[in-house]
Structures are given as C-alpha cells and as structure tokens.
Design a protein around this ligand. Structure first.
Ligand code: SAM
Length: 231
C-alpha cells in the first residue's frame, strides 16, 4: 500500500513515461507505477548504500528487474542519454536539496519533459530554480498525511513570465496553491507564521548585529506576505 503522498506523486506521471525516481529508497514509487502499467521503464536512483540495497531487494521481490534499473549514484548522475528518460520524480526531501540535485545534474535533463517534485519543506528554493532554468510550473498540490504537510510541484519546459502575479509571494507559497487556498495550505502557513513570529521575538531580544538585522528584515517581510495571504 503506497502512502497518500506517493500516490499523489504517482498520479502526475504520464502514461507510457520513462521515469527516473531519484532518492528512491525502497523503490516503492517505480514499483507501483510499473505494476500498474503506467511506466514502461524506470530508474531507481539512490546515493546511499542502505536505501540502494532496499531498492534492489524490493525490485527483485516483485520481479520487476526487466523494467526497473536500480542504480547507485548522486542525484541525476544515474541518468544516461540512451535511457531516454522523459519524467523525473524527486520526493520526500527538503526543497533546498532537491534544487541542488537539479542544479548539479541539469546536463542530464536533456530528454526530460516533466519534473514531479515533492519537497517536505522549502518549496521556494525549487520554484526559484525552475523559474531561473526555463521550467514552467504546470500544477501544484498540497496535502496532509500523518500530521505532516507536503507540497507537490509539477513543471514542464517553458516560460513562466505570465505565471507569477506577485513573484515574491508566489515563489514562497506557490501560485496555484495560493489560488486554491485549501485547508492544508492554511494550516501550513498558519503554523509557519506562528513559528516565524516566535523566532522574530527572540531575535529582537538578542544582541544586535548586521547579520541579525538582515535575518529580521527577511522574517518580517515573509510574515507580512503570509499575513496578507491568510487575511
Ligand atoms: N523518495 C522516497 C519517498 O518519497 O518516500 C524516499 C525519500 S527518503 C526520505 C530520501 C532518500 O533520498 C534517501 O533514501 C536518501 O538516501 C536519498 N538521497 C538523498 N540525497 C540524494 C542524492 N543526492 N542522490 C540520490 N539520492 C539521494
């Protein structure tokens, strides 16, 4: 049984895709998609030995060795040009790590047409990377599972000039998510607001420094942006 989070990720993978799932851990996502007949070939990429072995074992267990290639390597380095990968999923990590993986491996994205990214935190880092690198956000989702809130960002190649009405705010909260403003969205940003305000009040009590001032300005700016959205 796949988690609701990964089921949502899977729902954005196009039929017939050639998939690379980066940071695949047990390879649950590529196994699920192959068993359902959604993807015709998948790479399960892992940088760490333990999760890599879990992926190898899981793929053997469900007899999918002929369609899932489990590879050990850092980020997108596991993708080769002749794999003709058209879809990449990177799920269950922080947004900063996901954007670093994309930046460091962008040469390996030549055949890729869709990115499905699921950050646990810091979606902003990913939206910024997408925008800077010629990818257009096509859809977003936000969901709560086991008391945790997850964002999903789906992007394809293209200009996003007309997408961001208020760019600073939309990079932070997501242009589609802001319009939808569902319960998970409100819960996430209400909690962020409370935590930022707590941090700000602590910083106000600390010994002043230039670095601290910059941090306070950044926090204050984000607090105002989110207060506006939740109003
Ligand atoms: N994608 C699965 C999911 O969403 O349930 C597993 C998420 S797990 C929390 C993150 C996985 O990413 C770990 O197994 C870790 O070893 C792997 N990972 C972290 N950095 C990586 C990198 N640079 N390249 C490949 N895998 C990486």
């Amino acid at each position: 049984q796949l988690s609701e989070r990964l089921t949502r990720v899977a729902s954005f993978v196009p039929a017939g895709a050639r998939l690379a799932d980066i940071g695949s851990d047990h390879a649950y996502l590529p196994c699920y998609l192959c068993l359902k007949g959604v993807v015709e070939f998948a790479i399960a990429g892992e940088v760490n030995e333990g999760p890599y072995q879990s992926a190898v074992e899981q793929v053997q267990k469900v007899n999918l060795g002929h369609v899932i290639s489990v590879r050990k390597g850092d980020g997108l380095a596991v993708i080769r040009a002749d794999d003709q990968i058209d879809t990449v999923t990177i799920a269950g990590m922080g947004g900063t790590l996901i954007s670093t993986i994309l930046e460091e491996g962008k040469r390996n994205l030549q055949t890729v047409r869709r990115l499905i990214l699921q950050p646990n935190v810091h979606g902003k880092a990913i939206r910024q990377w997408l925008s800077d690198n010629g990818w257009r956000l096509q859809a977003e989702a936000i969901l709560e599972e086991d008391e945790k809130i997850y964002e999903l960002l789906i992007a394809e190649r293209g200009s996003d000039e007309d997408l961001y009405v208020s760019k600073e705010l939309d990079l932070l909260v997501g242009p589609y998510l802001r319009k939808e403003r569902n319960a998970a969205f409100q819960k996430k940003w209400t909690a962020e607001l409370i935590s930022w305000k707590r941090v700000l009040s602590q910083l106000n009590k600390a010994k002043p420094s230039e670095e601290l001032e910059a941090k306070k300005i950044e926090l204050q700016k984000n607090i105002s942006l989110i207060e506006e959205v939740l109003r």
